[in-house]
Design a protein around this ligand. Structure first.
Ligand SMILES: [Zn+2]
Length: 293
């Protein structure tokens, strides 16, 4: 039996290429990127009908006027805003300005939105005609399931009434969530809600019941919220609990305002902070987290 002679490299490349075994440079990086997605996550824009509205020295209108073009130019393929879109009571004029500011983002990508305690569900629904993903049938609540590459985003609604600080999901929404998680495929799932899941009177009043449902479903990898205007990462029994920074203003000089650019995969996520106001020290910092199994 003759020795097997290996083809010289050039011949091998020619053969392999002819056989379609090799990918071009572009196709190869596309393959490496497959199963990844880059999204913008941010929260608490607090846009008022009055463009000059100021709080703690911040002008939310100007803050979003800086964030929106940056998000639009960043190459992300989707955006999610985690509630408190409007300044205080969710007036139609608030949403009008809000949408106008977001126009450069909306021209390029889907924008999913959650409602916070400073929103008005009726005025929001009237202003925003179309939502990405699937709107879920939960009575009197704005609930979405949105595909984002390798992960699924579930947007819950914790708004009780406009300008009333605490949040509440309620039994019907929690029951829906439990059923949805039981019936959906194993796609890693990130759950968004506006309110912080703490036990203070101004936080999510049924946080404990929500956490029980999320912890029990292994496909749920993270709970993501705003409300406190703080940027923070915690882990609770393997479940990531992520507090997004506010766009509009901070409550404390130590906190940044701005947005996060999030690289998502089936294994975890890298959060890059784009600090645009307040404490700028963490600007550009990447926080990498791995999903629980
Ligand atoms: Zn807020």
């Amino acid at each position: 039996m003759p020795y097997l002679t290996l083809p010289r490299r050039r011949e091998f490349l020619a053969t392999a290429s002819a056989a379609g075994l090799l990918l071009s440079q572009g196709a190869r990086s596309a393959a490496a990127q497959q199963g990844r997605a880059r999204w913008a996550f941010f929260s608490d824009t607090h846009i008022a009908a009055d463009r000059a509205n100021t709080y703690r020295g911040f002008k939310p209108y100007e803050q979003l006027a800086k964030v929106a073009p940056a998000v639009a130019a960043s190459g992300v393929t989707g955006a999610i805003i985690d509630g408190d879109l409007a300044r205080l009571t969710g007036e139609p004029g608030d949403y009008q300005n809000f949408l106008q500011l977001l126009a450069p983002v909306a021209a390029k990508m889907p924008i999913a939105m959650a409602l916070g305690n400073h929103d008005n569900r009726k005025n929001f629904q009237a202003a925003i005609g179309k939502h990405p993903g699937e709107v879920q049938a939960v009575r009197d609540r704005h609930v979405l399931a949105v595909p984002a590459g390798p992960v699924r985003l579930l947007v819950l609604d914790s708004l009780m009434m406009p300008d009333f600080t605490p949040g509440f999901l309620g039994k019907e929404q929690r029951t829906w969530l439990e059923r949805y998680l039981g019936a959906s495929d194993e796609t890693p799932t990130l759950v968004f809600v506006h309110h912080t899941p703490g036990d203070n009177d101004g936080e999510l009043l049924d946080a404990e019941r929500l956490l029980r449902i999320l912890k029990a479903s292994r496909k749920v990898k993270a709970l993501i919220y705003g409300h406190s205007h703080r940027y923070r990462f915690d882990v609770l029994d393997g479940l990531h609990c992520i507090n997004l920074p506010a766009v509009g203003y901070n409550f404390n000089d130590a906190e940044p305002t701005g947005w996060t650019e999030v690289e998502l995969s089936a294994e975890g996520a890298d959060f890059k902070l784009h600090a645009m106001g307040g404490n700028l020290q963490g600007d550009g910092k990447v926080t990498s987290i791995a999903w629980r199994g």
